[in-house]
Design a binder for this molecule. Structure first.
Ligand SMILES: *[C@@H]1O[C@H](CO)[C@@H](O)[C@H](O)[C@H]1NC(C)=O
Ligand SMILES: *[C@@H]1O[C@H](CO)[C@@H](O)[C@H](O)[C@H]1NC(C)=O
Ligand SMILES: *[C@@H]1O[C@H](CO)[C@@H](O)[C@H](O)[C@H]1NC(C)=O
Ligand SMILES: *[C@@H]1O[C@H](CO)[C@@H](O)[C@H](O)[C@H]1NC(C)=O
Ligand SMILES: *[C@@H]1O[C@H](CO)[C@@H](O)[C@H](O)[C@H]1NC(C)=O
Ligand SMILES: *[C@@H]1O[C@H](CO)[C@@H](O)[C@H](O)[C@H]1NC(C)=O
Ligand SMILES: *[C@@H]1O[C@H](CO)[C@@H](O)[C@H](O)[C@H]1NC(C)=O
Ligand SMILES: *[C@@H]1O[C@H](CO)[C@@H](O)[C@H](O)[C@H]1NC(C)=O
Length: 905
């Protein structure tokens, strides 16, 4: 501070002198040109070689008024000799290469090019090693690649060296560093030091080093008993975070006791007990040992000696033995930041209060522990100073106390995923600085309080409680609100007009409540910020809003399971970034507006169970080529399927069932490439980041689309495993003609349902190529001829329905095929005069064998239970039953025509 004052003083004196001698300036200026011509030319060459988009170097030039290069931005000269001694062009958005012309600047002491884009993927230029007077070198954050030149070891005057990289710089063995004996500050963050096996010794040879940052360097382990740092080091800042160190703490920190102020060893694999000797590091102000999952904090007795500590992070360290953790922490008078997330913290036993009132804690994170006491025991007395509190993911019980209203400094409060009961305290209205409030997944009851005053609140998440009543009108005053998440409660009333006034809203999520009335309020003043709208599973009614032009960045619309009606308006075409449109189970009608073709980012469309009509238009296949899920299930679409539907090469779920579609099936199914090939690297995009088009994206939220599908004969809503389901369901239409042979190329398809159509011809011979098929329903058609033998190759098939066709002949023999419900084959002509021979393997029979033995068949379908009913036209040749499985079903042999061989072990 003293230094700054002096500089200021100096500056103002100079100014006075300058104004005092105005007439003389012109005359004496020539004498004052200090810059040497050769150095000036060198700098101009440097400027020539870089791209300077921000015109940072506009003061650099050969014009008359720019003659003195010592006055150029970022350049300083020795005021006696005129030689350039300092270049500081940090964070100037420069890119390109560093001109070797700089070599001319042999008097350079300070070179800071950090935070630019220089380097262009080349090595750090070797000529930098020739600046023998250099004391400060900063090349951090540029785009250099390849090995660091060992010649930098020539820079024996260096005090500061920062080559922190964002790319892959290769540090080699860093022995050259040992020549830099004056070094005080060294940062090699993100430099690959995996070859530097002697890094610890090399560092130890730098006697003046105070600040060492080797984050994410792939440092080789320190092998005990070697201690990396010898005792003569006076290190103050040590950052070895995010390496893969797996030794004990002792072997890393030994001997460094007294000087260390700031230690970060987070994100390693350090193991063993944290030694008591850590208590000798009495100068520590910041200690971060988080995310070393094999580290055991013991009783953290050592902590009580670190009385200067302000910032402590032991997240992920096992503290289950630290029964006095609360008292210990309370004995640290200066502590401001405490993070003990995922520490297996022992419960706080009443009446002990962990944090005594003298603490000036601001950040407290005790999330993901097993704290099950009342919150009073945890937070009592620590009220006034707290700014950020995260107690989520504990089983904390009881009421949220009124005393929360005293914590008037709170900005972020997360009490989500606990077991709190009762209402939200009225005292929350005192928390006028609150920006984020998470009370999600508790057991809270009562109405929403009028606590939503003040305009700082940005995120309100009350999902998964038992809150009831209406949303108070006062919510309209939360003018900063960006996320309002009230899903899965028992709230009712209308989606009030005041919600429509929340113009900053990005996420509005009110699903699974009992809201009723219209949703026209979203057309009030919400707009360009809205990115996620989920009002599904309510009792909303009325028409579909027609104001979509204002929601340019909307990416998810979910209105499923309501009573909404009307047509989809043309204005939907302006939703360029829409990725999911879920309108299932409403009373929408009419044709789809052709403007929907503009929504080319669409991934997920579920319009099932409405009264939509019209043809399946060609623009779907031509424009919506990112579609992964397309369900038009149970509507009134008519006409044929256009060939270009096969352009949907990302499609995984195609459901047109229960419509009035007719004609032949397209012969291009082999173009559905995500159903043809398994491409693990192109994981379907059903899970997407709803804010990805929002420039301010700060918080993330993964949206999982859900769809109602028929799977193995049961209609259900799928969310979690949707990305694994690869389904084509065209059942219950009027399709005719043969099953196109291209269907057989869908080797990744898991379920194919073509039932209840008017299909003729044979079952395609190549069906055995669909090796992932688990469910095949071809029932209710007019398929004829023999069942292809290749069907026996479908090892995963567990649901097969071929009933009600004209199939004949032998059912191919395989372990799978005979284990189906006989109804799978019923309604076909009975095989004349011969009996089909089946071989069934059964893995467990429970004793005593009842008339219908209980069995399990876990062999090829783990965890999947089947019932086995064999009808009289089948004949069992061999039945082997083994013990030792768990999954049970029913084996009904009552109708089997004959059993040739039965063995039950
Ligand atoms: C020259 O620079 C030194 C330190 O850099 C400073 O102390 C001195 O006052 C300067 N002299 C003039 C004439 O500006
Ligand atoms: C190097 O420059 C970067 C970017 O300007 C800066 O963040 C960093 O603190 C500097 N390093 C040192 C040691 O001064
Ligand atoms: C480094 O120093 C050695 C001897 O002091 C010298 O021969 C060599 O040229 C120097 N390297 C560079 C790149 O300046
Ligand atoms: C780091 O360097 C080693 C040896 O040169 C190399 O095997 C390894 O792949 C590099 N690490 C990364 C992430 O590139
Ligand atoms: C929520 O409260 C109800 C009684 O109101 C209780 O039956 C239930 O177990 C509670 N759930 C949890 C997760 O605490
Ligand atoms: C709100 O804070 C004031 C002090 O600022 C306090 O007197 C009052 O009791 C608090 N109200 C509630 C409901 O906690
Ligand atoms: C909303 O629910 C409350 C009970 O929680 C009930 O008293 C009220 O009548 C309901 N209002 C409407 C409009 O259904
Ligand atoms: C099935 O197709 C035949 C002609 O191939 C036609 O006569 C019959 O009406 C169709 N049945 C249905 C239900 O569409």
């Amino acid at each position: 501070m003293g230094e700054k004052c002096i500089q200021l003083l100096h500056f103002s004196v100079v100014l006075l002198v300058f104004y005092g001698n105005t007439p003389a300036v012109g005359v004496s200026s020539e004498d004052k040109i200090r810059c040497t011509e050769r150095e000036k030319q060198a700098l101009l060459q440097f400027k020539e070689d870089v791209a300077d988009y921000d015109s940072v170097l506009s003061s650099w030039g050969s014009e008359e008024d720019k003659r003195d290069c010592c006055k150029w931005r970022g350049v300083r000269c020795n005021n006696r000799t005129g030689h350039v001694t300092k270049i500081d062009l940090s964070s100037s958005d420069l890119s390109g290469k560093i001109s070797p012309s700089l070599l001319e600047l042999q008097h350079l002491k300070y070179l800071n090019l950090g935070g630019n884009y220089l380097g262009g993927g080349n090595q750090i230029p070797v000529f930098i090693a020739s600046f023998s007077r250099l004391q400060y070198l900063n090349l951090s954050g540029n785009s250099f690649l390849g090995p660091i030149p060992h010649q930098l070891g020539n820079l024996s005057n260096l005090r500061y060296l920062d080559i922190r990289s964002y790319y892959e710089l290769d540090g080699g063995n860093i022995e050259w560093l040992s020549h830099l004996s004056l070094l005080r500050h060294l940062s090699l963050t993100h430099v690959n030091l995996s070859q530097a096996t002697n890094w610890a010794e090399t560092i130890s040879s730098l006697p003046l080093l105070k600040n060492l940052r080797l984050q994410r360097c792939q440092l080789p382990n320190v092998v005990p008993p070697a201690h990396p740092f010898n005792s003569s080091l006076s290190l103050e800042v040590l950052d070895l975070s995010d390496n893969d160190l797996s030794s004990s703490i002792d072997s890393v920190l030994f001997n460094l006791s007294n000087s260390l102020v700031d230690v970060d060893l987070s994100v390693n694999r350090l193991k063993g007990l944290i030694p008591d000797s850590l208590g000798n590091m009495i100068s520590l102000v910041k200690l971060d040992l988080s995310f070393n999952h094999k580290l055991d904090g013991g009783n953290i007795e050592w902590l009580s000696h670190l009385s200067l500590l302000r910032h402590l992070d032991l997240s992920g360290v096992n503290l289950s033995q630290a029964s006095n953790w609360a008292e210990t922490v309370s004995s640290l008078p200066l502590l401001k930041i405490l993070r003990l997330r995922l520490c297996q913290l022992p419960n706080v036993v009443p009446p002990a209060h962990p944090f005594n009132s003298s603490l000036s804690l601001e950040v407290l994170d005790l999330s993901d522990n097993d704290l099950s006491s009342s919150i009073d025991n945890v937070l009592f007395n620590s009220s006034y100073s707290l700014v950020d509190v995260n107690l989520s993911f504990n089983p904390l019980k009881g009421l949220i106390p009124d005393s929360f209203g005293n914590m008037v400094s709170l900005v972020n409060l997360n009490l989500g995923w606990n077991q709190f009961e009762g209402g939200i305290p009225k005292s929350f209205s005192n928390l006028t600085h609150l920006q984020t409030l998470f009370l999600d997944f508790n057991n809270l009851t009562g109405e929403l309080p009028e606590f939503l005053k003040g305009n700082s609140l940005q995120v309100l998440n009350l999902e998964g409680n038992k809150l009831s009543g209406a949303i108070p009108e006062s919510i309209g005053q939360c003018s900063s609100l960006e996320e309002l998440v009230l899903d899965d409660n028992s709230l009712n009333g209308t989606v009030t007009k005041s919600i429509g006034r929340l113009s900053k809203l990005r996420r509005l999520s009110l699903s699974q409540n009992m809201f009723s009335g219209s949703i026209s309020c979203i057309c009030t003043s919400m707009g360009v910020n809205l990115s996620f709208l989920d009002l599904s599973n309510n009792q909303l009614s009325g028409g579909f809003p027609d104001c979509w032009g204002r929601f340019e960045f909307l990416s998810v619309i979910n209105l499923a399971n309501n009573n909404l009606s009307g047509k989809l308006p043309n204005s939907m075409g302006s939703l360029k970034y829409l990725q999911a449109l879920q309108l299932r189970n409403n009373r929408f009608h009419g044709e789809l507006p052709p403007s929907l073709k503009n929504c080319e980012n669409m991934i997920f469309i579920d319009l099932g169970q409405n009264r939509f009509t019209g043809k399946i238009e060609a623009w779907i296949g031509m424009h919506l080529t990112s579609l992964v899920v397309l369900s038009l299930r149970s509507n009134k679409f008519y006409g044929g399927i256009p060939e270009n539907i096969c352009h949907l090469n990302q499609i995984q779920v195609l459901d047109f069932s229960q419509n009035d579609l007719l004609g032949e099936l397209p012969k291009c199914f082999n173009n559905f490439s995500s159903l043809v090939q398994n491409d693990d690297f192109k994981v379907p995009n059903i899970f997407f980041y709803w804010e990805q088009y929002n420039a301010f994206a700060a918080r993330g939220y993964i949206y999982e689309g859900n769809a109602l599908l028929q799977w193995k004969g049961v209609e259900r809503e799928y969310t979690k495993n949707l990305q694994l389901l690869k389904i084509i369901d065209l059942s219950s239409n009027k399709f005719c003609g043969k099953i196109p042979k291209q269907v057989a190329t869908l080797a990744e398809l898991v379920s194919l349902n073509l039932s209840r159509n008017n299909l003729t011809g044979q079952i395609i011979q190549e069906i055995g190529q669909m090796k992932m098929l688990e469910s095949l329903d071809l029932s209710g058609n007019r398929l004829s001829s023999e069942i292809p033998t290749s069907l026996a190759r479908l090892n995963y098939l567990s649901v097969l329905d071929l009933s009600n066709n004209n199939l004949s002949g032998k059912i191919p023999s395989s372990t799978q095929l005979q284990s189906f419900n006989a109804s799978a084959y019923s309604g076909n002509p009975r095989p004349e005069g011969r009996r089909t021979c089946a071989e069934v393997e059964v893995d467990q029979v429970e004793y005593p064998i009842p008339a219908m033995p209980v069995f399990s068949r876990a062999k090829s379908l783990p965890g999947d239970c089947l019932s086995l009913f064999l009808s009289s036209h089948l004949c069992l040749c061999h039945l082997h039953a083994h013990q030792g499985c768990t999954c049970k079903g029913v084996l009904d042999l009552s109708h089997v025509g004959c059993i040739i061989h039965l063995s039950l072990e």
